[in-house]
Ligand binder design. Structure first.
Ligand SMILES: [Zn+2]
Ligand SMILES: [Zn+2]
Length: 428
């Protein structure tokens, strides 16, 4: 036996790869329809998204990795025998996981027969049942949350933040595995404790648009205490932002650094029992990246947490208007019973510029550019001096200003750009 190798996926199509022959080469799964490209193997730990499917039924949104009996299935294709490396770890979707948890192996096989479309092949059902049984008979109790699944996009409401936060803290404290580097118990408990103390921020749609654009062009930033809007915090954007599809980020203060984590939303498209179990077991968020960020550390602009840093900066430079959301009655009561103070959810939206800054006032006679909506004239970052003796530098987002009728909805425009630091032309 050779030592277990790290699982590889194709960098082009993000699909996990199988091996063929000895010495082995990496190949696409035979059932996968590709555009004919050669597989480019990279370790899955380097990818934030992997197009994995449920090993029981083929569902495209696997949720848990289960640990069980070592199995290999041999499929015969035109190139000869191909070993499907199921190994001792299988990916399970929420529905299959519910059937397994309930010991309903018949339902598990029914689902596989249905989704794999082999209902008309009498031997197929038997083979699938044998394969499932071989794995499940040797199954171990542990499971690991799959954080690389590209779930359909969804939104999280501001009023749900307290319970989203509490479920996440529960996940960090609980026995379920998370991928590296979130394997260390002490780090997981530090983050959970930080979440308990967190200020909760919910970023509204317009501010999310602004933050996303600002994150895409973020320069390097020195991280310091006065940059973060609260000692510990959890930010949830009203929609997933940047190409990483981040919906939330948390930061946990330690003596000289922070543990910063970013999350994707999980569970979209599910309903009924599988959804309820997912919410109880894992909650709403799966960490896609976690790392230590040192104070005074220069963070590159393309850092995985760029959306968080850009949002911190925009809040810090008074771009934001912060109001408090009403917290659900049930949540208030639950917190009171647990002797916890009522949680506060801070809603972050764009400060109304028209009353505060000259030259940025949107006018109704707006040179034919307005079409019933307002839009951003895209800004840019500029390093400005700040701090003691103005010796430090911090990026400030310049010229984010609005054109269009005062009360119209705001749209992000990429067609109109402000170049350089020229002041916006006065319309009046
Ligand atoms: Zn590929
Ligand atoms: Zn499944």
């Amino acid at each position: 036996m050779t030592a277990p190798r790290e699982e590889m996926a194709c960098q082009i199509c993000l699909s996990p790869l199988n091996t063929l022959g000895t010495p082995s080469t990496y190949i696409h799964p035979i059932q996968l329809a590709t555009d004919g490209h050669e597989p480019v193997p990279v370790p899955v730990s380097q990818l934030h998204t992997v197009h994995r499917t449920c090993d029981f039924c083929g569902d495209p949104y696997p949720l848990w990795t289960l640990h069980g009996g070592e199995l290999a299935a041999v499929a015969v294709g035109p190139a000869g025998g191909v070993v499907q490396n199921f190994g001792d770890r299988w990916a399970a979707c929420a529905t299959c996981h519910t059937h397994i948890d309930d010991g309903k192996n018949d339902k598990l096989v029914d689902r596989a027969v249905r989704t794999l479309g082999v209902g008309d092949q009498p031997q197929a059902r038997e083979r699938i049942a044998q394969l499932h049984q071989g794995f499940l008979n040797a199954r171990l109790p542990e499971r690991t949350l799959i954080t690389t699944t590209a779930w359909p996009t969804t939104t999280i409401a501001a009023r749900d933040l307290p319970k989203v936060r509490d479920r996440l803290a529960h996940l960090y404290r609980g026995p379920d595995g998370l991928p590296a580097p979130l394997t260390a118990t002490d780090v997981r408990h530090q983050i959970a404790d930080g979440l308990d103390r967190s200020h909760l921020f919910w970023i509204d749609g317009d501010f999310a648009d602004l933050a996303e654009h600002a994150a895409d062009i973020l320069p390097e930033v020195t991280i310091s205490r006065d940059l973060v809007p609260s000692t510990d915090g959890l930010i949830v954007w009203s929609r997933a932002v940047t190409s990483r599809q981040i919906i939330a980020a948390s930061w946990t203060a330690r003596r000289d650094d922070w543990e910063v984590a970013t999350y994707r939303a999980i569970g979209a498209g599910l309903d009924g029992e599988p959804l309820q179990r997912l919410r109880e077991d894992a909650g709403w968020l799966a960490p896609i990246n976690a790392e230590r960020v040192d104070e005074r550390h220069l963070l590159p602009g393309n850092h995985p947490a760029a959306a968080l840093v850009a949002t911190w900066l925009l809040i810090g430079q008074q771009t934001a208007e912060i109001t408090t959301a009403d917290v659900d009655k049930g949540i208030r009561k639950a917190y009171a019973r647990a002797n916890r103070p009522v949680p506060e959810v801070r809603i972050v939206s764009i400060r109304a510029y028209s009353a505060t800054r000259a030259g940025t006032r949107p006018t109704s006679g707006d040179s034919g550019l307005s079409h019933g909506s307002r839009f951003w004239v895209s800004g840019h970052w500029r390093n400005q001096p700040h701090g003691p003796g103005r010796a430090l530098r911090r990026p400030v987002y310049i010229n984010p200003f609005l054109r269009g009728p005062d009360n119209a909805p705001i749209k992000l425009s990429t067609t109109v750009r402000m170049l350089g630091s020229r002041s916006p032309k006065r319309e009046d």
